[in-house]
Structures are given as C-alpha cells and as structure tokens.
Design a protein around this ligand. Structure first.
Ligand code: PEP
Length: 265
C-alpha cells in the first residue's frame, strides 16, 4: 500500500496567539477534507488548544514540538504526553535538531529515546527527527550518524507501535539555512533510513513508516523532493509560517499523490 504523504509545519517559537489562530484558519480553509496529503500544524505549546479549536472539523492534525517522558508530577516547566492528548494533539516532534544542538542543555539520544517511548506509549504519534551536521557529512559520516540516532532513538521500541512513528530526515546544515539537500542526497539518506528501519523493526514496518524530509523546503523545491520514492512528506519550518507558501507545498504533494493514484503499478 502506498504511503500517504505527510506534510507538517513546525512553527517553532514564533507567532502570537492571534497570529497562530489566523494562520491555522487560513490554511484549514484551503485544504479539502479529502486531500490526498495528510497535514499537521505544530504551534508552540501555549497556543495548541487555540489552534486545535480553529482546526476542529478540518482534516488537519495538531502536533507539539516536544514532550517530557513522565506523565505527571514535580517536573517544573515540563509538558507530558497526557497533557498534549488532553488538548487534542495527535503528533509530537521529538529530537528536533534545535533540541539536539542549539537549546541548552542539548538532548542526547538517551533522552530522545525516553521521550519517544513515553509519547508512543501514551498514544501520541511521534515524528522523530534525525540528521547529520555539515562536519559529519563532509567527513563521510552521514550514514553512521543516522544509524546511531535511529538505533539509540528507537531502542526498546515495540515494533507493534511502528505504525505511530514518522521519521524526519533533517540534515542540520539544511535547516533554516536556505541550503536544501539535493534530491539525490535526500533520497539516498532516506533509502538508507528505510533499510535500517527494516533491520530494527522488520520489513513490513519499514514499508509503512513515513520518512519526511526537512531542511529549507520551499514551494520551489517541494515537488522535486516529494516525488522521490523514499520521501514521504516534509517537515517544514520557515515556509510553514506563510499560508501561501505552505499551501503551495501541500499542493505539490497533492499533485504527486493524485498522479500516483492514477498511474498503474
Ligand atoms: C524544521 O524546523 O524542521 C525545518 C526544517 O526548518 P526550515 O524548513 O526552516 O529549514
């Protein structure tokens, strides 16, 4: 069965309450319920409930940008998977490169693994982000980094939960830089990720898990990336903050999905 393209907007630490609800409303108004592409919006924690309310009745899911691994208790400042579910969240991004490399203290694979397991166990769908730095790529370490992040990030995962897992391949050097991976670089890395998922979780799971590409996805490059056989969607940062750009990326996905559904196998 073909994997449904999945395009998620990561709004990071941007926008006010009124800007979030206006942007969500503008996007929701233009995406039909029977869109061939799955869409999610990931606003900051404090705006999740308001965005969810705007999206009520639409086909668009909400996602959070992180979650803690404990369900409740004395963990000042943390947000649990149960709390995210309580405000209607379906997805959570875990291990984003900014959490791995920019925000202090930086998260390592052990922390990321605890978050992945807890979020999945609670019933959330997880977008696990992985990707190499420029230095690691130039030293020829891309595959070993991806292997390490996948192996450690998914340690102890029950393969039965694989259907709730999405991987986002996001080369660190492409995030927010305007420097997109070439279609060959994205396809090559994502084919490697799928092969590794097969070893970790079994061939059937690897065939169903969607692998998004993330890193300066724009209307101008979306179609070329999304048409690659192992690119099952996009995690979009900057371009998801502008309704027109984000909608154009979704339309590129919809065109590819409709071509795939009319092309004989
Ligand atoms: C991201 O935030 O995951 C991302 C890919 O950002 P951008 O699209 O701005 O590069």
């Amino acid at each position: 069965m073909a994997r449904k393209l999945f395009i998620a907007g990561n709004w990071k630490m941007n926008l006010s309450a009124s800007q979030c609800t206006a942007l969500a409303g503008e996007i929701a108004a233009k995406i039909p319920a029977d869109s061939g592409v799955e869409v999610a919006l990931c606003p900051p924690f404090v705006y999740l409930a308001a965005v969810r309310q705007v999206l009520q009745g639409s086909a668009i899911a909400t996602g959070a940008q992180d979650a803690y691994w404990e369900s409740k208790g004395a963990f000042t400042g943390q947000i649990s998977p149960a709390m995210l579910l309580d405000v209607g969240c379906e997805y959570v991004i875990i291990g984003h490169s900014e959490r791995r490399h920019t925000i202090i203290p930086c998260e390592d694979d052990r922390v990321i693994n605890r978050k992945v397991l807890a979020a999945l166990a609670a019933g959330l769908k997880v977008i696990l982000c992985i990707g190499e730095t420029l230095n690691q790529r130039s030293q020829g370490h891309t595959q070993s980094v991806l292997n390490e992040q996948l192996t450690a990030g998914l340690a102890k995962l029950n393969p039965g939960l694989a259907e709730k897992l999405v991987i986002a391949y996001e080369p660190v050097w492409a995030i927010g830089t305007g420097q997109t991976a070439t279609t060959e670089q994205a396809q090559q890395a994502q084919a490697f990720v799928r092969a590794r998922l097969g070893q970790l979780l079994g061939a059937a799971a690897a065939e169903t898990i969607r692998i998004q590409y993330g890193g300066s996805v724009k209307p101008a490059n979306a179609a070329d990336l999304l048409v690659q056989p192992d690119v099952d969607g996009a995690l979009v940062g900057g371009a998801s903050l502008k309704a027109d750009d984000f909608l154009e990326i979704i339309r590129a996905g919809e065109q590819i999905a409709s071509l795939a559904s009319t092309t004989p196998a």
